[in-house]
Design a protein. Structure first.
Length: 224
């Protein structure tokens, strides 16, 4: 092993594997190897042909760069960890609150469920299909075809007029213009934040309708 290869090894481990204890340990090991090699090179250099000053300065410069990279990555890990903790603590404040966000899973409670939907433009025909937790269609409803946002309330009955059990149901919207072309639609649901979890993707809100989402996806926060 020579100094150049040691530098390359340190740089590689620092840039591609930062944030893990294994990578940090490997970087420190290579860091110490560099020091050992540099000390040996100075100790056993040929007195009649000493180490070139330019090369020596270059090696020290590379050494300094690697050292700074290791320290910078350690600081970044600390900052990321701190931000993740701060984000989770902020999200904890949402527990028990109702939030509104894009989605299609709605809770039927006491024979009532509601959500908001929007159409990008006027449609010739539009409707919604409601499915139970098994994916079975229980109700089909014609909806307002005008562009913009609309509130939709469902009384919890199926197509035959029978009352359905409380639970989570999914709504699928469809709309088309006079030429039969699809009109874009978006639905927004309201659910209660039941808990906050930490995942590899950061802090996640777990909702009462079974959805899991980041707080950045929340459209509105409603009173508890």
């Amino acid at each position: 092993m020579d100094i150049a290869s040691t530098l390359n090894s340190v740089a590689s481990n620092t840039s591609t594997s930062s944030g893990t204890s294994d990578a940090a340990s490997k970087a420190v090991a290579d860091y110490n190897s560099f020091l050992t090699l540099l000390t040996a090179q100075l100790k056993f250099q040929d007195p009649l042909s000493p180490l070139d000053a330019t090369q020596f300065v270059s090696q020290l410069s590379q050494f300094s760069s690697v050292e700074q990279a290791i320290v910078a990555n350690q600081k970044l890990d600390q900052i990321i960890s701190s931000l993740g903790t701060s984000s989770m603590m902020a999200d904890v404040g949402l527990i028990g609150h109702k939030v509104e966000l894009a989605g299609n899973a709605v809770e039927l409670k006491d024979g009532n469920a509601s959500l908001t939907y929007s159409l990008s433009k006027d449609a010739e025909q539009a409707g919604v299909v409601i499915r139970n937790e098994n994916g079975d269609i229980v109700r089909t409803i014609a909806i307002d075809t005008s562009a913009g946002e609309h509130n939709l309330t469902w009384d919890g009955t199926d197509d035959s007029g029978s009352d359905l059990d409380d639970g989570v149901y999914t709504f699928t919207f469809g709309a088309a213009d006079a030429d039969g072309k699809v009109v874009a639609s978006t639905s927004y649901v309201t659910a209660t934040v039941s808990r906050v979890e930490t995942t590899s993707d950061g802090s996640q809100l777990v909702l009462s309708n079974g959805m899991s989402t980041s707080s950045s996806a929340v459209r509105a926060i409603l009173p508890a």
